[in-house]
Design a protein around this ligand. Structure first.
Ligand SMILES: C=C(O[C@@H]1C=C(C(=O)O)C=C[C@H]1O)C(=O)O
Length: 256
């Protein structure tokens, strides 16, 4: 994470990075929405997995060889053993507890994405473009996973800022108390509103005839490439809760 790459890891810097990750998620969903659902890409073929599983496994091998998956927020899907990088990698400052690399909620992200989210923002249908479709899915999965696993940095900063508050529930393994401590409802409300607005702005059709001062409200949402409400729902019921699960998971091991 860029915010984790500098000398000072601060909550403001990590939150700035999360805001930047929103752009990647909104754009990835907009790209995927170009294609219909294309359900056959997700059903297992005889003897092997689906096109989507095949693509993700093979793409991750290539990414790993190129030097990806070295940072704690870059976590592969499908519990895959990956090859080492072919080229020397720069390394990253070790600002997190060593256990950070084993905190992973990608199984939940995978299920959420294919079972719940995809039907909300893709049109019914099958245009046969499965290779392109699963490449777009991979981009969505990676963007979501990266954002959610940045929760490790959030947790580290919160712990460092108030070890006296976090240490007792960590020692007591009190998940609920930790969840309450790390939750900032006002911040979450802003996040939901901002991603909805980003979907509205990034997903509009841009034409040279656009009139200045045209309203960008709910009235034009039906023309957006991804329904802005889907973005706020995605963050509300999946992205933020999973980020907080990562935070709790990280904190529970912070004193080991
Ligand atoms: C990530 C944070 O922790 C929690 C999760 C949030 C999120 O996923 O956007 C926002 C606020 C907090 O409830 C944070 O405090 O910034």
């Amino acid at each position: 994470m860029d915010a984790g790459g500098g000398e000072q890891l601060s909550l403001a810097a990590v939150r700035d990075q999360l805001i930047r990750e929103e752009d990647s998620i909104v754009f990835a969903l907009i790209e995927r929405a170009k294609r219909p659902r294309n359900a056959p890409a997700y059903s297992a073929a005889a003897g092997c997995g689906s096109v989507a599983e095949f693509f993700v496994r093979e793409a991750q091998v290539l990414h790993a060889k190129a030097g990806h998956y070295q940072k704690p927020e870059d976590v592969p899907f499908l519990s895959q053993d990956l090859p080492p990088p072919v080229f020397p990698t720069k390394g990253y400052p070790k600002v997190l507890h060593p256990f950070a690399s084993s905190v992973c909620v990608n199984d939940a992200i995978w299920k959420m994405y294919f079972n719940e989210l995809l039907p909300l923002f893709t049109a019914d249908g099958d245009d046969g473009n499965y290779a392109e479709t699963v490449a777009l899915d991979f981009a969505c999965l990676q963007a979501l996973s990266r954002r959610i696993h940045c929760g490790k940095y959030v947790a580290e900063v919160k712990f460092k800022d108030a070890p006296q508050d976090y240490s007792p529930p960590i020692r007591a393994k009190d998940n609920n108390a930790l969840m309450n401590l790390l939750t900032f409802t006002a911040v979450e409300e802003k996040v939901k509103k901002r991603v909805e607005k980003k979907a509205r702005i990034f997903g509009q059709n841009v034409t040279l005839e656009d009139s200045v001062g045209k309203p960008h409200g709910d009235t034009c949402d039906s023309h957006c490439k991804v329904d802005p409400k889907v973005l706020s729902k995605l963050y509300d019921i999946w992205v933020m809760p999973l980020t907080k699960d990562v935070e709790v998971e990280y904190l529970l091991r912070r004193l080991n």
